[in-house]
Ligand binder design. Structure first.
Ligand code: NDP
Length: 309
């Protein structure tokens, strides 16, 4: 009897190159997936497969362990197979921009792709992280970014999506903090056209890049409502919180894009400081639901996906 392969298995570039053989026994057929390195921790398969099953779409979503130097070979192979699309995670989001046929406005502005749809053999890239983040903030804290003074930690792919979304939704104030200060300044420069309006509160500028230093962060915390961690600091449970509890205050909302079923170090620090906090599971859910909507042009079953996470 043939062994039925399940989505807990990982596929590789070699499998993709020999796909008809590698996926011969997969039932339902694998026509969606996530490319990453590492990829074994990704929660996207369980979330997307629950949605596919619920919607009676006879397709399976799998994990693909694709290394950084393999992306440019993997994407063209994908275009020749009958895939619906893929998600991209670390380290592929920025590199993919140069290896696909076209990118939409969301991906172009962020400079990173997290969702690819295959359309007539063409790879079309989008980025759902920013809109997923916006929906997550509304769900977690019942607020809109439009009303927020936001501090973003990081200037990489996730931080760019978050900062761009805050700018597009005309947040009151945006502070970008990054270990490599130069990158924070570059991102602020890119966003300055969004912040020319009259909303100015007190002596602080509406848009500011700030070095990752205690004194600067301490000052800024008095002038922000929401702090978003968009760095990997806290991915390891042994990591310190990106901002220690003693600098946080009860008035700030804390959103850690790192997702976990336990408290991340940043969420733990927020709770210690008496602040409201949430981790990135809600952003994962909403960016995934938006990807599903791009692939199938229908509403995603949000409750089913949430339950699966
Ligand atoms: P990138 O590698 O593109 O960017 C990493 C950023 O973190 C850079 O700004 C980097 O600063 C900073 N950084 C890295 N290490 C440290 C450190 N030790 N101390 C201070 N700053 C540091 O990664 P991504 O933006 O793609 O991902 C970041 C995190 O976002 C991921 O770990 C993931 O958990 C989360 N994420 C969550 C999503 C969700 O749906 N919930 C979706 C996407 C991402 P520098 O410029 O100095 O190198």
């Amino acid at each position: 009897m043939k062994k039925k392969r399940t989505t807990t298995e990982r596929y590789t570039l070699a499998d993709l190159e020999n796909w008809r053989e590698a996926a011969r026994d997969a039932q339902p057929p694998i026509r969606l997936g996530v490319f990453g390195d590492p990829v074994s921790h990704s929660l996207s398969p369980q979330m997307q497969n629950a949605a596919l099953k619920h919607c009676k779409i006879d397709v399976q979503y799998a994990r693909f362990h694709i290394r950084a130097n393999e992306l440019r070979s993997a994407l063209p192979v994908l275009a020749g197979l009958d895939f619906v699309g893929v998600n991209l995670t670390v380290p592929h989001k920025i590199a993919a921009v140069n290896h696909i046929d076209d990118i939409d406005e969301s991906a172009r502005r962020v400079g990173a792709v997290n969702t690819i749809k295959i359309d007539d053999g063409k790879l079309r890239g989008s980025n759902t992280d920013g809109r997923g983040f916006s929906r997550a903030i509304r769900e977690e804290f019942s607020v809109d970014l439009r009303d927020m003074r936001v501090m973003v930690l990081g200037a990489g792919g996730a931080a760019r999506a978050v900062a761009m979304q805050c700018a597009k939704e005309s947040c009151e104030r945006l502070v970008i903090v990054n270990r490599t200060f130069e990158k924070a300044k570059e991102l602020a420069t890119e966003l300055q056209d969004f912040f020319t309006g009259p909303k100015v509160f007190g002596p602080v500028p509406r848009l500011q890049a700030v070095p990752w230093e205690e004194a600067s962060i301490r000052f800024q915390i008095g002038n922000v409502d929401l702090i978003v961690n968009a760095t990997p600091v806290g991915l390891n449970r042994a990591d310190a919180s990106p901002i220690p509890a003693r600098l946080l205050a009860p008035h700030v909302m804390i959103y850690d894009t790192i997702y976990s079923d336990k408290r991340t170090p940043f969420v733990a620090a927020a709770i210690e400081a008496g602040a409201r906090a949430a981790n990135g599971l809600s952003m994962l859910l909403h960016q995934g639901a938006l990807a599903f909507e791009i692939w199938f042009e229908r509403e995603a079953p949000l409750d089913v996906m949430r339950e699966a996470l």
